[in-house]
Design a protein around this ligand. Sequence first.
Ligand SMILES: *Cc1c(COP(=O)(O)O)cnc(C)c1O
Length: 444
Amino acid sequence: MSSYPTIDYDFDQQHIWHPYTSMTHALPTFGVVAANGCELVLDNGKALIDGTSSWWACVHGYGHPQILAAMNAQLHTLSHVMFGGITHHSAIEVSKQLVAMTSDNLTKVFLADSGSIAVEVAMKMALQYWQGRQQPKKQRILTVKNGYHGDTFAAMSVCDPEGGMHTMFGNAVTQQLFVDAPQTPFGATLLADDLTAMHLMLTNQHESVAAVIIEPIMQGAGGMRFYSADYLKALRALCDEFNVLLILDEIATGFGRTGKLFAYEHADIEADILCVGKALTGGYISLAATLCSDEVAQGISDSPSGVFMHGPTFMGNPLACAAASASLSLIANNEWQAQVSQIETQMCQELAEASHFDGVKDVRVLGAVGVIEMNRQLNTAALQQQFVDLGVWIRPFSNLIYIMPPYCISQSQLTTLTQAMKTVAKSVGQQTTAKTDTQFISHG
Ligand SMILES: *Cc1c(COP(=O)(O)O)cnc(C)c1O
């Protein structure tokens, strides 16, 4: 018999910040005391089927024996050691796996502590690369609107300029270059003018642009938009033409989520710099990585300082690397392929009818991501309670009701999720005077 701790909700409400919330007008929280497989267990004993994979991370489900065993063994031999002047087996293992599973040109690995830091590292790499290539004016980053790349300052600077946090911090956020987001939907023929603005911007600004950063195929927290692989292919060609690096942010899309191991495989292209995170450890502990090509690493070495100036305290944390290595071994079994394709087929079948509901703007599915887009902003807190009452953990934001379940979800669990999405979408559509959340919501 395990006994669970009591949740002190009062303390939580009064003293602990949760993502994207006010500390003086705290939103309700749900106390989770355990998690197993695809279920979260609340302190009242109720089990919820998880539709979020804890924000894209927990792809193998909770309490997976192989990941737990790897972490347990690592914990008792070497839970942490500094990475300056020291190396260890788990960092080497996970880096070998990353180099092997990504495109052939990506050979160098920087182990970072979170996705935002992996993006910061990628941007620093791009800027320093051009210093090493005698083009020190190439110091700006070009991106598309509706992007999301994290919450630290450099990452914020390339998030969507309207939905993001630019206005909150004014001049403290570096002014980067933006063009409209890709408009061609995934699977459609490339719209004739979809890259016109990108082409024009590169024509005019390429002397000051170090890199283009983009989330390949799926723009996540910026609106759950799936766009054309041909767009990505054309963007790669433009970057080559204008001598600009391409940074792909696969932090949400990596490790099978969109139906390919990496989303860039839909377009058959290579990044110069690649960011991974979230599902890297299977969602057991924080770890991210930035990979780059030999050419990028060489350019950085040719820069005046000759070294790459970044080195977090917990860089290459052994416990995180052991979790990641075990998770990537599970990915290497390739079981995810059949699982993601089954999830995709089932979501297509079960969510289709929602496109006829009142208030629904669009229904879309790609890989193990299913989205019902409503035509107005949603009240996250109110809908959250509704989902919990239905026995599922689904966290809507903006005007989106969406799921990205663990790959190991059963067919009946997935049906429970899609039913709940439809029930809630229907009820939202039927409300005539729904309250809306006016506060800023990112992926919170
Ligand atoms: C979540 C996310 C990040 C930020 O990762 P954190 O680990 O939250 O810092 C960056 N880019 C994308 C595409 C993401 O989805």
